[in-house]
Each structure stands twice: as structure tokens, then as C-alpha cells.
Design a protein around this ligand. Structure first.
Ligand code: 5AD
Ligand code: SF4
Length: 413
């Protein structure tokens, strides 16, 4: 979502006559698009800002902006820590960027998180896969999560706008559409839901692949699973964050499902879409998590046999319910639990990938790695490397010859 926001910022700046540069020294404007989902990116921001202090002194005309979720959360306070910042604006103010830049300095934060969607021109980085926002914000208030506070309440984008943006992307040569939303499964436009949206996109000539992130397990309906199974362009991959395998923790997280309910959805996915790849997010060391709760997560990983996971230590976020909960877990316990989770999953991922050796996969070529290898992705979203040079945008059938944790090596047929 942040990556695509940056593309929108680039789109606006391009319209204003700005050109990109890789060298901070040459820049007239530097914008940090920040994430506040965990604490670490915050620390990174301040060290990056620190490095720009002397540059700003040498070149006072340089403008520095901080936008995104850290800007939304901290607002004015950022000026105190880094007085050389010129502009602070939240994710819901990206559309105002041109007028923000016409002012000398200031803070532009939406007080009221009821957002209006805005149609912004995106300058996309990748020429093969295009991200398209289908909804903004989130209404779920998972107790650990800052997103509903920084990105505001859920708003779906009108279906006809999404379809016309995708039709333009097809004309520009994009092959794959990645639909974005914090909770795409609750998409609505009047009577139409996310399944209807997928069906309409599937009918657009020229699109080869459709993906979407993220699905909330509670809102993943049988209708949607059947639609995914039926539509040929919808890829056989779902990112379905479980967060924890313990019902007690899931309830404290306010996730709205039990492990058994989650498991039932995964079983239906695997029955109706036999080769589907499933990935997930896990939080280690949520407040009050016991060894038994942690073991439930370990058991869930063993039972679910995910293709990949993103796992994080729980990070208390100011203003969220979980940050106020007693029984915060000590750092070393969180670290140990996280490494147990990652170690187990590495073995599972490698075993699953090794099971693909000898199979034929459809690969969409996306570009070249630094090693000169062509790279692409299977429909199941696994990264594939080739020893040959294949033009980006082509779709090839390839035999998998080697498996690693994060990639597969293949030869085109
Ligand atoms: N601490 C750790 N991980 C978090 N996530 C969201 N909030 C937090 C937090 N406070 C993780 C969740 C979510 C992913 C995008 O980030 O697993 O699915
Ligand atoms: Fe955060 Fe939960 Fe919304 Fe995801 S569904 S963005 S974890 S509040």
C-alpha cells in the first residue's frame, strides 16, 4: 500500500514538472514515505533524517517532507525532533501535495479519519505488474494495529473507476493487476462485492493475471473462494494472515475468527483450488502470550503448511488497545519465539519448494536480477530465476530444476 502511495506521489510530482534523481545532493525535494506498523521503521526514519541535516545547511532551498503513517501519527512533534523538515503530511493528504508544496512549511494531517477517496495519477515503477487501489482504510481495529488510526475508516472505490484505470493499464502494456486494500474481501459498490469486481476484471481483454492483497480470514466467503476457483485469470495464491494459532490470543487481537474457522477456510481453498499457494502473517509475543499459546502457533504452521510467512515480533503501537494491555512480553522471549517460528517455516517452505522440482510452471517474466538472470513469478507467486535472458512481459512454460527458500531455478521449455 505504501509502495503504491509512493507511485501516486511520483505521479503528482511528475505532473508538477519534477524529475527523479538517485542522488540526494541533486534533489530540490526529498520525501520520506513512512510506515508505522512497527517501531523499527520509525528509528530508520530518524537516522535518515539525521543524515540530511548537513545537506540542508549547505543548500537551504532543499525541501524535506515526511509523509505516510508516521507523519499522520506524530504530526507537529516531528518538527521538534527534526527541525530541518519542511512539510509533514498524512496518507490521506497525498492528493493535496501540489498545494502543500506551494507553501513555505507546514503540517497537513487529517483530523477526522473519515476519508474521501481521491483519483490520483500514479507513476508506476514496474512495467509488468500494476497495483490498483480498490479500497482505502480499515474498520477492523485489530487490537495491535495502527492502520485504522492512520489510514482512517474503510472506503471502497467506485467499481467503474477501477475498471477504467485497469483498462488504461492494459493499453500501456501491463500484464498483471494487483488489487490493493487493507481488507479487499469487504469491498462493496452498492449491490456489488469483491467477487463481482474480480469477475468484471477477468473479462477485460489483455490482462493475464489478477492478484489481490490482503484478505481478512473472517470476510473470506465461500462465494469468493468459488469465484477464485472459476476465474482463469485469478492466480492460485492467497495471502491470508492468521496472526496466531491460539484462540485466546486471536480473541484478544479482535480478529473475529477461531483457529478452527480459519482452518475450515483453508480446507475449502485447497479443495476447490488444489494447487493454491497460501501465505500468512504471524505476530510473535502478543501481550500475555504463554508458551502454550506460542505452541498453538507452531502447531498451526505445521498443520497449515504455508508456502511462506511474514513473521514479526509484536511491537506496541501508541494509541492501540494492545499497547495498554498488562503482561507485555519481554524482548528476549519475543525474539526466541520469533526465531522458532522462522526456523520451522524455513524448513516447511524449502520442503514445499523442493516438491516443485520437475514440475512445469507458467512463469510471467518480470525483469533481470543483478546476476543477469531473468526473473519471473509462477501463478502461485513464487520467484523463478533462469540462466537465460527472456524478454520481460513474456509468459513461458518452465521446468523447475532447483529449489531454494526464496526462489526456484528453472529452464524454459
Ligand atoms: N506489531 C507487530 N506486527 C504487526 N502487524 C501489524 N501491527 C503489528 C504490530 N503492532 C503485522 C500483522 C499484519 C502485518 C501487515 O503487520 O501481522 O498482518
Ligand atoms: Fe490492521 Fe487488522 Fe485492519 Fe489488517 S485488518 S489493517 S491488521 S486493523
Amino acid at each position: 500500500m505504501n509502495f503504491h502511495d509512493s507511485e501516486k506521489i511520483m505521479g503528482i510530482l511528475k505532473r508538477e514538472g519534477y524529475l527523479p534523481t538517485d542522488e540526494p545532493k541533486k534533489a530540490d525535494l526529498i520525501i520520506f514515505n513512512t510506515c508505522s506498523i512497527r517501531k523499527k521503521p520509525e528509528e530508520k526514519l530518524f537516522s535518515s533524517l539525521g543524515r540530511l541535516k548537513s545537506l540542508k545547511r549547505q543548500k537551504p532551498s532543499l525541501k524535506i517532507a515526511v509523509c505516510g503513517c508516521i507523519a499522520q501519527q506524530k504530526g507537529e512533534e516531528l518538527f521538534k525532533r527534526a527541525p530541518h523538515i519542511d512539510y509533514i503530511f498524512g496518507p490521506q493528504n497525498i492528493g493535496k501535495l501540489s498545494s502543500i508544496l506551494s507553501l513555505e512549511r507546514g503540517v497537513f494531517i487529517r483530523e477526522n479519519p473519515e476519508i474521501q477517496y481521491e483519483e490520483l495519477p500514479a507513476d508506476r515503477v514496474d512495467g509488468i505488474r500494476a497495483s490498483v487501489t480498490v479500497m482505502y482504510g480499515c474498520n477492523n481495529f485489530c487490537s495491535y494495529c495502527v492502520v485504522p488510526y492512520t489510514r482512517g475508516r474503510e472506503v471502497s472505490r467506485p467499481l467503474d473507476r477501477i475498471i477504467s484505470e485497469i483498462s488504461e493499464l492494459v493499453d500501456q502494456g501491463y500484464k498483471e493487476i494487483q488489487l490493493l486494500g487493507q481488507n479487499v474481501n469487504s469491498y462493496r459498490d452498492g449491490e456489488l462485492d469483491f467477487s463481482d469486481l474480480l469477475r468484471k476484471i477477468n473479462n477485460i481483454q489483455g490482462i493475464e493475471r489478477i492478484r489481490f492483497i490482503t484478505s481478512h480470514p473472517r470476510d473470506l466467503t465461500e462465494k469468493l473462494i468459488k469465484t477464485m476457483a472459476e476465474l482463469e485469470k485469478v492466480c492460485e495464491h492467497i495471502h491470508l494472515p492468521i496472526q496466531s494459532g491460539s484462540d485466546r490470543i486471536l480473541s484478544l487481537m479482535n480478529r473475529g475468527y477461531s483457529y478452527e474457522e480459519y482452518k475450515g477456510k483453508v480446507e475449502l481453498l485447497r479443495t476447490l483450488i488444489p494447487d493454491i499457494a497460501i501465505t500468512t502473517d504471524i505476530i510473535a509475543g502478543f501481550p500475555s502470550e504463554t508458551e502454550e499459546d506460542h505452541y498453538c502457533t507452531i502447531r498451526a504452521l505445521e498443520e497449515m503448511q504455508y508456502d511462506g510467512i511474514f513473521a514479526f515480533k509484536y511491537s506496541p503501537r501508541p494509541g492501540t488497545k494492545a499497547a495498554e494491555m498488562p503482561e507485555q512480553i519481554p524482548e528476549e522471549i519475543k525474539s526466541r519465539r520469533l526465531s522458532e517460528i522462522l526456523k520451522l517455516q524455513d524448513a516447511i517452505t524449502l520442503r514445499k519448494n523442493a516438491g516443485l522440482i520437475g514440475t512445469i510452471q507458467e512463469v510471467l517474466i518480470e525483469g533481470r536480477a543483478e546476476t543477469g538472470h531473468s526473473t519471473g513469478r509462477t501463478r502461485t507467486n513464487k520467484i523463478v530465476l533462469f540462466n537465460k535472458d527472456i524478454p520481460p512481459g513474456s509468459i513461458v512454460k518452465a521446468r523447475i530444476i532447483q529449489a531454494r527458500i526464496h526462489s526456484l531455478l528453472a529452464e524454459p521449455l
